[in-house]
Design a protein around this ligand. Structure first.
Ligand code: HEC
Length: 280
């Protein structure tokens, strides 16, 4: 009897050992992102910086085909433009991002920032006159430029691994934004052939070389140019991309709650009125 129990225990222990040896990924670090609270919005400066990180680093391998450049300048977007009256001079001045109060939204077709972002990109397209494929500057109506024409080309350039489209990555992965941020910071430094050890990737080894290096992307607003800051910013941008209407939805939720509270108060008063003087 005792032997049977110890044999069973040995099998159990061996089984657990195998499970761990297979490289169970660590639980992602829980980071207090601005958008996580029930009323929290996006830290738009972080979304702007995160776009810069995506554009300069990640977009060399990863597409974001659900997004067009014009989305960057729509209301609630990181480069949305507003005209705001300057209190001292009385003149209207452009302001990127929603101002604290007032300001009139500038249609994205008149947004020079988004135009500049789009036209800095080179897009391969069919020439309307010759029918040949030629390069042209991007337009705000273009989807984000794809780094590879198709999956085969993408794999061929990445040692057989596929750099997934990042349009909705924070919704597509268990752990969401925390997972993406942790993954970008989770490299141990160990390399095996073309695989890099990463504490948060299922299986423990990923074909993506560490994409972020300290100082690689210059920031104009004085934010630290560390791997952690880059990872946090690009994840905030990816979360906005996956859920651009979150702020509107949360605002709507508050309106609905206020309405329900007012309705409940009215119903209570009506009930009091109807039953006044009745014994029940
Ligand atoms: C040099 C090409 C390259 C660059 C640059 C790059 N990646 Fe990757 N990435 C890959 C490849 C290849 C994979 C697939 C890895 C695998 O399956 O092992 C990948 C996978 C991923 C994954 C998916 C992990 C999963 O759960 O499937 C995420 C998220 C990701 N990359 C984010 C980023 C971000 C954010 C950046 C920019 C900071 C970036 N990558 C830059 C090549 C790249």
């Amino acid at each position: 009897m005792l032997r049977a129990i110890s044999a069973a225990a040995a099998i159990l222990v061996a089984g657990l050992g195998v499970a761990f040896a297979a490289g169970k990924a660590e639980h992602p670090e829980d980071y207090p992102f601005s958008f996580e609270s029930p009323v929290g919005g996006y830290d738009m400066a972080a979304v702007q910086r995160g776009f810069q990180v995506y554009q300069q680093v990640c977009s060399n391998c990863h597409a974001m085909s659900h997004l067009s450049y014009r989305h960057l300048g729509q209301e609630g977007g990181p480069f949305a433009l507003y005209m705001v009256r300057n209190h001292e001079s009385g003149e209207m001045e452009p302001h990127v991002g929603k101002p604290a109060h007032g300001g009139s939204f500038v249609d994205v077709t008149d947004n020079p920032y988004v135009r500049a972002i789009a036209s800095a990109v080179t897009i391969s397209d069919i020439d309307p006159n010759s029918g040949q494929i030629t390069d042209r500057p991007g337009r705000i109506s273009d989807r984000f430029r794809r780094p590879f024409p198709n999956e085969i080309a993408a794999r061929a350039s990445n040692g057989g691994a596929y750099p997934v489209d990042l349009s909705v990555i924070t919704s597509a992965r268990h752990g969401g934004a925390d997972y993406v941020r942790s993954l970008l910071m989770g490299y141990t430094g160990e390399v095996e052939g073309t695989l890099y050890h990463n504490r948060y990737f299922p299986g423990g080894k990923i074909a993506m070389a560490p994409p972020l290096a300290e100082g690689a992307v210059p920031y104009a607003d004085g934010s630290p140019t560390t791997v952690e800051q880059y990872a946090t910013d690009v994840t905030t941008f990816l979360q906005w991309a996956a859920d651009p209407h979150m702020e509107e939805r949360k605002r709507m939720g508050l309106v609905v709650l206020a309405f329900l509270a007012a309705l409940a108060a009215l119903l209570y008063l009506a009930y009091k009125q109807v039953w006044r003087g009745e014994s029940h």
